[in-house]
Structures are given as C-alpha cells and as structure tokens.
Design a protein around this ligand. Structure first.
Ligand code: C5P
Length: 399
C-alpha cells in the first residue's frame, strides 16, 4: 500500500485515451490512494462520469458553477485537498490553458488554485504535439516545476504514427508511486529568514519589518524541488513549511552561530534574513526607567553572517545574498557581490510600494559576475520557485 493516505485528483480531458482512466483509478486505489476525478466537458464525450464515480467510489466533479457540488466539496477545497494532481490524458488545449493561467473550467481553476504538485500526461496527435507552441507550453510548464509524464510514441487513434500517445495507465501508476517514494535529496540548502531582534533591556529590542515570507517561500519551493532544507529563522509568525528543518534564533549573534555551524554540510546557502547591522553594546539587566529626557544606546556592529560563510575555505557552500535597496540598486548589489565574495545576489528595490518587506509580492534582479536577470513582479511563492530554478542553474555550472 505505497500510496496509503495519499490524496490524488485525477483530471481527465477530452482525448481518446480517456478510456484508460478507470484502469488508472483502480490501480491507484489498489495502492491505497484516495482518488477524486475531475472531468472536462470534452472528456465526457469519451467516457461517462458514472463509470469514474463507480471505480473511484467518490462523486465526480465536472462543473465550476454547480451550487450542489460547491456545497459538498468546492473547487478550492479540492485544490487544497490534493497531495498530487495528475492530468491524464492532457490535451494540447488544457496544457495551453494551464500555461496561460486560464481558469475557465473546474480543472484549470483547480490547477491555478493549488499548491500541490501537478503531473501532466500529454496525449494528442503527433503533429499537434510537435507544434512549436505546444512544445513551448510544455517546456514552460516544466520550467515552472510541473512534472511532464510522456508522451509515448507509436500508432495513434487517428492513424498517424509518432510521438503523442498517452503513456500507459500502469506507467502513470508507477510514476505516481515513484513520486511519493522517499528519495535522496537532490541538494542541501541552508537558508536564513526573517528579522533579528537585538535586546536593549529585558523587555525592549531593536528590529525591522521583515516578515520572513520570501525566505519561507524559498525554503518551501526548494523542498518541493527535492532539496533537504535547513531554515535558520528569526522571530516570525509563519508556519514551518512541511519537511523543512527549522532552527529558531532571536539575535544576529545566535543566527551567526547556528548558520556557521550548519554551513559546511550544505551545498547552497541563501542569506535571506534581514539581519540587524548593529546591536546595543550592553544589554541592561533591568528594565531601563524613563528618568532622563534623552537616552543614548551605544551600538556595536554585528558579525556579517553571509560574508563569513562565503569566506569559508573548507566546505564552502554556493553563496547567494539578498540586497534590499532604496536607490542605485545595481551599483549597491554588485558592490555587495564583490565585497562579500558571493556567487549570486538577488536585489530588490524596497522603496517601491507593494513589493519587498512585509508584502506578498516581490520583484528581483539577479546579478552575478558577468550577467544579470530580471524576475518581474510576482507572488513571493511564484518568485521563490523561479529563483530556486535560477540558483540551481548557476550552482550546477559552478559545481
Ligand atoms: O550588507 P547588507 O546587510 O545590505 O547585505 C545584505 C545581505 O547580507 C543579505 O543577504 C543578508 O541576509 C546578509 N547579511 C548577513 N549578516 C549580516 C548582515 C547582512 O548575513 N549581519
């Protein structure tokens, strides 16, 4: 029962291979999975919802605007419920719609609304498969982290011979089992996130507005891409992403100590935390009283965690920094890249409303020795995925 407790949405679109779907559902269930089927209108020309309801043992969902279906399990619920969404067969039309971010039927809406991984088993005429636009759509989905299963080659229902057949039902089931089986991590990522707090006295501290959202989104995206992730986190009110090892710290000194201890056992280090540059030189033992009109706090410089990791001579990970700037972004970012001896730096302009600190969206520009790349405004979740893909490209070249 290798798929015990696994919740799978099987999306069926309008291709002749839809007749193989009851077999997929039955075999997934044999492995212990709970399967819910979502059908497009086109798919119902090839196979009936009743058949799939019977084999899955669950009601079949096929309408975006059906009040009764929404009352029992709405489309957002289904998007949240799934551990994996498999679209098989996936027509060229559905692939294009998902790539374009359309939400014009239940299946595409679920794909847009889900954080679950999505696997696509293309099935179409070989000419349609080879059409440049289809190839572009598939490549773009793959780049965004969707899994592309197939297609296979051979004789097609229309009489053509070539690539475009849906891979066999049992192959889809094998890939699903493989998808959920534990694997050795592809890479080990260490990341700092959130603010630090620098104590003045037992009840007061100096800190900043960092929410930790960007760092947490990167940790989550990297984990989903097969990384073993250690997250050294300042105080934030965010849930730990699943299967991420979180080490909580408060001050810059603690973050420095924990990060330096972890760094040599990791392949990549991303410094996403907004570390306080200075800390009060003395922390008062008792709460400071407001006796005077003025108060002076003498500050001393905190250690630079990123620069210290990048300066490691043994087992130095690939080092990525962040630069939050309000002006001359490129000049300051490139300055940090060189001064801290980094491999890559991600810069953002925090003076622009709606991006950066405490926001759900962000835009970044990556700089490295002799290049740059813009990652335009997007949700931090989406941006995090693109960032990890780009970091991995550079890491693999460097390794
Ligand atoms: O020099 P600046 O603070 O602007 O550099 C920002 C980058 O350096 C970020 O990646 C941040 O996480 C990291 N940093 C650090 N330790 C510090 C200060 C910044 O790791 N003490």
């Amino acid at each position: 029962m290798t798929l015990q407790n696994k919740k799978i949405v099987l999306g069926i679109t309008g291709g002749i291979a839809a007749y193989k779907c009851p077999e997929i559902v039955r075999r997934l269930k044999d492995h212990g999975a709970d399967v819910r089927v979502v059908m497009t209108n086109g798919s119902k020309e090839f196979i009936t919802p009743l058949t799939l309801q019977a084999v899955s043992g669950n009601p079949v969902s096929d309408s975006l605007l059906d009040p009764a279906a929404e009352a029992s399990m709405g489309h957002i619920e289904l998007a949240k419920w799934a551990d994996l969404i498999i679209i098989a067969p996936a027509t060229a039309n559905t692939i294009a719609a998902i790539n374009a971010g359309m939400a014009n039927d239940l299946l595409t809406t679920i794909c847009l609304a889900t954080a679950a991984p999505i696997a696509i088993a293309p099935a179409m005429n070989q000419q349609m498969y080879h059409a440049p636009v289809t190839q572009q759509n598939i490549a773009s989905l793959e780049q965004r982290g969707l899994h592309i299963w197939g297609p296979g080659s051979g004789e097609q229902a229309c009489g053509d011979v070539g690539k475009g057949r849906m891979i066999e039902a049992l192959d889809i089931v094998d890939r699903t089992v493989d998808f959920f089986s534990p694997k050795a991590p592809k890479f080990k990522l260490l990341i700092t996130a959130g603010p630090t707090r620098e104590a003045i006295d037992p009840v007061r501290y100096i800190s900043n507005h960092s929410s930790g959202k960007m760092g947490y989104a990167i940790a989550k995206a990297a984990q989903a891409m097969g990384a073993q992730v250690t997250l050294v986190s300042g105080p934030v009110s965010l849930a730990t992403p699943s299967n991420v090892n979180r080490i909580d710290v408060v001050s810059a000194k603690q973050m420095h100590q924990q990060t330096l201890a972890q760094a040599p056992t990791h392949d990549i280090f991303i410094a996403c935390a907004a570390v306080a540059d200075y800390r009060p030189s003395d922390v008062a033992n008792q709460k400071i009283k407001k006796n005077d009109d003025d108060m002076t706090v003498t500050m001393v410089k905190n250690p630079d965690i990123l620069a210290d990791v990048a300066a490691l001579t043994k087992a130095r990970p690939f080092c990525v920094g962040f630069a939050a700037e309000t002006q001359d972004v490129e000049t300051y970012a490139r300055g940090k890249l060189q001064r801290k001896k980094l491999d890559l730096i991600a810069a953002n302009n925090v003076s622009v409303a709606g991006q950066g600190f405490n926001s759900d969206d962000n835009a970044l520009t990556l700089y490295w020795n002799n290049g740059k790349l813009d990652l335009p405004l997007a949700s931090k979740e989406m941006l995090a995925k693109q960032l990890v893909v780009e970091i991995l490209k550079h890491y693999n070249k460097h390794a």
